[in-house]
Design a protein around this ligand. Structure first.
Ligand code: SAM
Length: 279
């Protein structure tokens, strides 16, 4: 991190560890998986040529690159050094882009943005109320917010179907964690988001469902390799002995095989697209 210290220390550690390396290594596959959801979110956000856009938790920079390609001046901000290094390499020479290694929930931005955008990068704040108040303060008076986040795991078969197949072979989950704790599903409950954004001072808050077919891989083996490397199941698989892991992966293969289509292994995903105005 820069001299600007983060209050989200646990997340800083998490996003600078093995998970970040997996995201960098899987960047193309991840973008393919998220392509439809990503397009829907960016269409909804509608960045205009010349607008100043803040891409919160920009990761490897894919959405920053897309919006800069549409003529916006994009500042990507992220706490992950490896992912941001990847974003910087991908955006090298593009004058519409800059990347800042910092905590978006407290960094003193020296610009007022027209649009604060995020693809799955705003669910990790230790104090979301304070974080969104800060993000609002980084917007122009007429500025707007638009982000995409996950609905609950049970509404996301691309995770729950393979996860359910592997579950009998994996360690018992610890006591049910707080569903609002920082993590990919922290904003699954729209009432919680509404309350956070209300309190942060946003107006015209809209929370709309959005679904897409997600391509886990071109075939079963590619899907299994992806799940082994990315997402919640990968962390549980890493904890078990090799023969147990093999049994879990065989169960996943058996479940995914009947789902194979000419387009690959397709399962649905469900998100919220959230938009709001500064005033
Ligand atoms: C699920 S990844 C999404 C990355 C990217 N937006 C994408 O869709 O490919 C979440 C990202 O949020 C970043 N992040 C988490 N907390 C953050 C914070 N407080 N400030 C800035 N970035 C943060 C992580 O480092 C990670 O890159």
């Amino acid at each position: 991190m820069t001299s600007h210290q983060s209050s989200n220390q646990e997340q800083v550690e998490f996003w600078n560890g093995p998970t970040a390396e997996s995201w960098v290594a899987s960047q193309e596959r991840m973008d393919q998986l998220l392509v439809t959801l990503s397009e829907q979110a960016i269409r909804h956000a509608a960045p205009q040529p010349g607008e100043r856009v803040l891409d919160i938790g920009c990761g490897c920079g894919s959405t920053s690159l897309t919006m800069a390609g549409q003529g916006a001046r994009v500042t990507g901000v992220d706490i992950s050094e490896p992912m941001l290094a990847n974003a910087r390499a991908r955006g090298a020479g593009n004058e519409m882009l800059e990347f800042i290694l910092a905590d978006a929930s407290s960094y003193p931005f020296d610009t007022r943005f027209d649009l604060a955008f995020s693809r799955f990068g705003v669910m990790f704040f230790a104090n979301p109320h304070q974080a969104f108040a800060h993000i609002r303060s980084a917007l122009q008076d007429q500025g707007r917010l638009c982000f995409i986040c996950w609905q609950s795991p049970k509404d996301n078969p691309w995770l729950s179907v393979p996860g359910g197949a592997a579950q009998p072979f994996l360690p018992e989950p610890e006591a049910r964690p707080d569903p609002r704790a920082p993590g990919p599903f922290a904003f699954a409950d729209p009432a919680y988001m509404q309350e956070i954004l209300d309190q942060a001072g946003f107006t015209s808050i809209a929370i709309e469902p959005c679904t897409a077919d997600m391509r886990l891989g071109s075939d079963v083996e590619e899907a299994v390799a992806f799940l082994l490397r990315n997402g919640p199941m990968s962390r549980l698989l890493a904890e078990v002995e090799e023969d147990t892991r093999d049994k879990a992966l065989d169960a996943v293969r058996e479940t995914l095989t009947p789902l194979a289509t000419a387009a690959g292994i397709m399962l649905s995903g469900a998100c919220w697209i959230v938009s709001a105005n500064n005033s």
